[in-house]
Write a protein that binds this ligand. Structure first.
Ligand code: TTP
Ligand code: MG
Length: 391
């Protein structure tokens, strides 16, 4: 089965955060890095806004040269702590969609979303949802590449920056790679590039025409590696920490919501999603978290620890409903709701719950719903749809 791998890379990351937080910087060349000291400064550019790139400024350029190219630029000292925090919040968005997240640097990660399609829609829909979440939650843009492997996804994310989305379907791999310059080959240094140029190879398409044994002869032990890349073959998995600490999901409303029925329905839908993901991983957690953000962005988080670990949608929802009813200030508009569960400990075995006599029935209902989602996708069944009627 083909994998669905996403590579997400934030656009002009440090500079975009500065432009977000300083409206007066927007639309202007912003250069984050060392102090230029009127062109006498030492140190380099960390990154710059796309407006500054038009002047030829780029990462790692000496700041003195940046100043020569763009004296009218806005020069900003990096705020590492802030960027780290934003980076973590972006990672949290990825974890809403999959646990298979491999962060590569402060602003990029690979995600394997192959197992997430039943719950969230196809790969393209997931990629769009992730971009939308980043935009809504962080007011930043990201570029995403989607492909059957990491190598192709990484190239794809870079092709239509900023705010890009490039999808490489399995049957498009050769056409996608054909026109690309050999500088896109992973692991090809200047020396390899020279050797390839001497062989008349300028694009990946040129390289793909050569048989493996010739490449082995010309390029030594890397020959096979470059042969694979030229044919879009890359079997490396997305490496991630499967030691999951929590499972959570959030929803930001398009328009702030006052209606309590809608809020409860959303909490039930979130409980269904989190419950499904828990059961897929054979996890049970004890501590249930509610996140509630009002229209003025003030946010509360509350949690409740249960006497025993659970994975039932119904128990999740009942607990989150209690937390909500206890803490929600009636009459205030809500912008975002989130729920999470943690405290997994070592409980994996399914024990008969002390909880309530309905637990067996709930187990059956969860199994039925999970089976229907697995078979037909997330839209097929939802308890939330019948919430109003039940009442
Ligand atoms: P990049 O993703 O390479 O660059 P970027 O996000 O600024 O721009 P792009 O839209 O092209 O992706 O790097 C991420 C951040 O890492 C960047 O915002 C600043 C930091 N960085 C440095 O501090 N020094 C460097 O040389 C590079 C390349 C990045
Ligand atoms: Mg980036």
């Amino acid at each position: 089965m083909n994998r669905i791998i996403l590579h997400v890379d934030m656009d002009a990351f440090f500079a975009a955060v500065e432009q977000r937080d300083h409206p007066q910087y927007r639309g202007k060349p912003v250069i984050v890095g060392a102090d230029p000291k009127e062109g006498r400064g030492r140190g380099v550019v960390s990154t710059c806004s796309y407006e500054a790139r038009k002047f030829g400024v780029h990462s790692a350029l000496p700041i003195s040269q940046a100043f020569k190219l763009c004296p009218q630029g806005i020069y900003v000292h990096p705020n590492g702590k802030l960027y780290k925090q934003v980076s973590q919040e972006i990672l949290d968005i990825f974890y809403e969609f999959t646990d298979a997240v491999e962060p590569i640097s402060i602003d990029e990660a690979f995600l394997d979303v192959t197992g997430s399609t039943k719950l969230f829609g196809n790969g393209e829909e997931i990629a769009k949802m992730i971009k939308k979440r980043i935009c809504e939650k962080e007011r930043l843009t990201a570029s995403v590449g989607m492909a059957p492997n990491k190598y192709l996804a990484k190239i794809a994310s870079d092709l239509e920056k900023p705010d890009g989305l490039v999808i490489v379907k399995p049957d498009q791999i050769q056409d996608f790679l054909k026109p690309l310059d050999i500088s896109r080959l992973w692991g090809a240094g200047k020396k390899t590039e020279q050797t390839l140029h001497k062989m008349g190879i300028n694009t990946i398409g040129d390289l793909a025409k050569f048989p493996k044994d010739i490449l082995n002869k010309k390029l030594g032990k890397m020959g096979g590696h470059f042969y694979n890349l030229a044919h879009g073959i890359d079997d490396r998995p997305v490496f991630y920490n499967s030691d999951i600490k929590s499972v959570s999901n959030e929803h930001t409303f398009n328009k702030d919501v006052l209606d309590e029925d809608t809020l409860l329905k959303t909490l039930l839908q979130l409980s269904e999603k989190v419950g499904y993901r828990l059961r897929k991983k054979d996890l049970k957690g004890k501590t249930i978290h509610l996140k509630l953000r009002y229209s003025n962005f003030s946010t509360i988080t509350r949690n409740k620890t249960l006497p025993e670990a659970v994975d039932s949608t119904q128990v999740l929802f009942q607990t989150i409903k209690q937390l909500f009813e206890k803490n929600y200030q009636t009459g205030r508009r809500v912008r975002l709701l989130g729920i999470g569960i943690s405290g997994f400990g070592n409980v994996k075995a399914r024990q008969l719950s002390l909880f309530d006599r309905n637990s067996k029935r709930n187990d059956k209902l969860d199994k039925l719903q999970d089976m229907l989602i697995d078979r037909f996708g997330k839209k097929i069944v939802s308890r939330a749809e019948s919430l109003k009627k039940d009442k």
